[in-house]
Design a protein around this ligand. Structure first.
Ligand SMILES: Cc1cc2nc3c(=O)[nH]c(=O)nc-3n(C[C@H](O)[C@H](O)[C@H](O)COP(=O)(O)OP(=O)(O)OC[C@H]3O[C@@H](n4cnc5c(N)ncnc54)[C@H](O)[C@@H]3O)c2cc1C
Length: 503
């Protein structure tokens, strides 16, 4: 039997798994169907300017730091992270603008100046509550192996005090409304549900810890774009001996006697292997790559949100401040969740997000203009009641952004992608940005685990497996998959890095 581990996919999860395995001395071949690494963290260019087309905000930088460290390297020697202040500017329908900074203290001060002392106190109280949830839940749900009900019990949720620490029984919105009266702050806090594509009306309040990750620890830019982080991981993997083959689409995984033995590529190449780590969307793995006899029964889980994405070419102007991230809220926000999850559509006046890639990532843009990455949340292709009307969403984005002074109504759209486009590029994703939505208290337990229970030698490293979507979590998924494989080989897996401990 070949002693090679094949990793399918060079997204953050696949790259992280390959790095951890190669650092432990394993022979790794990484097969990527596309012609570039990065997966959903893609890049594109127009008229000489390169821009990101996927994630635009990096949280939990200690995760890539730990990954580099376990390979004997230092993230900060290869990738410059950018602290952003202001990081976010929120625009509200009543004309209020509130900035969120890179420290909680600065954000509280901005809140006090803009919304008053009572609002700042409410936000401070909420941040403390969100941090308590993070401290109590992250070791089991984020940094640990895939949780079983027993991990809940180990958090002492049998007692009322234990349960209240992670607040799983209320919905996010209920918990926010109970603690925060200011309507502007409520909107900002509701929006954190979209960070894993979930529905704030029903997602467990445990997810309010996302507020702590961003408000308490900060969101970062990456010099050269988030795509540059994927590029740096690919360089590190290559230095460790990982063979990265681009343009290598896997068609099938072959098994014998309940064990993975080979993969077959679209071009007819047959590659024997001792193990496979799949970075593909879990549904693609389960419904297309696995032999039929080894497929799990289909378990319907509602997909997380998708998005309409565009890049606008926005002329630089003296009177227009380039802020890294800006969000333009409509008058009514909660209906946006109802539209996406109940009606399978986008509201008539959706929230519009815009990332100025020069301010966030130091991307040069054009001689006289910046690249503005734009997103409107939308239902996944699975949930959509009708095909996306890109021209309507384009005009809604233009209208909202020009009203807020972020761009002009005539600015050119140089790149665009609908949920259908995302679904076609990432098979099995249905266009969802983060795998299944975390809309139930059981979502974390239903997520695919990093060691397949179906086939020996098969592991999952993906934002659609444990611990979930988003750049740092996809990397943690890769590291958890590599740990599981090393454990099964009887090899000591690197102990969890101290930097990965919560808090
Ligand atoms: C528009 C957008 C905005 C986002 N914003 C943010 C953000 O601001 N912050 C954040 O943290 N997260 C964000 N996310 C989510 C984040 O990008 C993802 O969760 C993360 O990048 C997923 O990584 P992954 O490891 O699951 O791999 P993926 O990125 O899903 O990559 C999987 C790779 O596997 C390859 N592959 C699949 N099947 C095969 C096959 N059969 N053969 C060969 N190769 C195959 C694919 O080509 C792809 O390269 C965003 C996502 C999108 C799309």
């Amino acid at each position: 039997m070949s002693e090679t581990t094949i990793v399918i996919g060079a997204g953050f999860g696949g790259l992280a798994a390959a790095i951890q395995l190669a650092a432990a001395g394993e022979r790794v071949v990484l097969l990527e169907g596309a012609d570039a690494v990065g997966g959903k963290a893609g890049t594109a260019s127009f008229d000489g300017a390169c821009f990101d087309t996927g994630p635009s905000l990096l949280t939990l930088p200690e995760v890539p730091e730990a990954l580099f460290a376990l390979a004997g390297a230092q993230l900060r020697e290869r990738v410059q992270l950018r602290r952003l202040s202001p990081a976010f500017r929120y625009h509200f329908a009543d004309g209020v603008q509130l900035d969120v900074h890179d420290t909680l203290d600065a954000t509280l001060e901005a809140t006090r100046r803009t919304l008053g002392a009572d609002a700042a106190e409410e936000l401070h109280g909420f941040a403390r509550y969100a941090e308590r949830i993070w401290q109590a839940s992250a070791p089991a749900f984020v940094y640990g192996d895939a949780p079983a009900i027993r991990s809940m019990l180990s958090m002492d949720v049998r007692t009322v005090a234990g349960l209240s620490r992670i607040d799983p029984l209320r919905a996010m919105q209920t918990a926010i409304d109970a603690q925060v009266r200011d309507p502007h702050l409520r909107r900002i806090l509701y929006r954190y549900a979209t960070y894993n594509g979930s529905d704030v009306r029903v997602a467990p309040a445990t997810l309010n810890c996302i507020a702590s990750v961003e408000l308490g620890r900060g969101g970062f830019g990456v010099e050269g774009g988030i795509g540059a982080l994927a590029g740096a991981l690919a360089v590190l993997a290559t230095e460790l001996g990982v063979e990265i083959r681009l343009g290598s689409r896997v068609d099938r995984i072959t098994s014998q006697a309940g064990r993975v033995v080979a993969v077959d590529l679209q071009d007819g190449t047959h590659l024997p292997c001792s193990a496979v780590i799949s970075n593909a969307d879990a549904r693609h793995l389960h419904e297309a790559l696995l032999p039929e006899a080894d497929r799990p029964p289909r378990r319907e889980q509602p997909a997380s949100m998708s998005g309409y994405n565009a890049v606008f070419r926005v002329p630089r102007r003296q009177d227009r401040e380039a802020v890294a991230h800006q969000v333009v809220f409509p008058d009514e926000y909660i209906d946006e969740f109802a539209a996406i999850f109940d009606r399978g559509t986008v509201t008539a006046t959706p929230t519009v997000y815009a990332c100025n890639q020069r301010a966030a990532h130091g991307r040069a843009g054009w001689a006289d203009a910046d690249a503005l990455f734009v997103m409107i949340n939308a239902p996944s292709v699975d949930a959509a009641s009708a095909p996306t009307d890109a021209s309507a969403l384009r005009e809604q984005a233009r209208a909202a952004l020009s009203r807020a002074g972020i761009c002009d109504a005539v600015d050119e759209v140089v790149w665009e992608r609908t949920p259908e486009g995302l679904a076609a590029r990432f098979p099995g994703s249905a266009g969802a940005l983060y795998g299944a939505a975390s809309n139930s208290i059981f979502s974390a337990f239903r997520r695919p685990t990093n060691r397949s229970p179906l086939l020996r030698g098969l592991y999952l490293a993906s934002g659609t497996a444990h611990p979930g979507g988003g750049v740092p979590l996809a990397m943690l998924s890769g590291m958890a998959a590599a740990r599981a494989l090393l454990h099964d080989l009887g090899r000591p897996a690197q102990a969890a890095c101290p930097a990965l401990r919560a808090g």
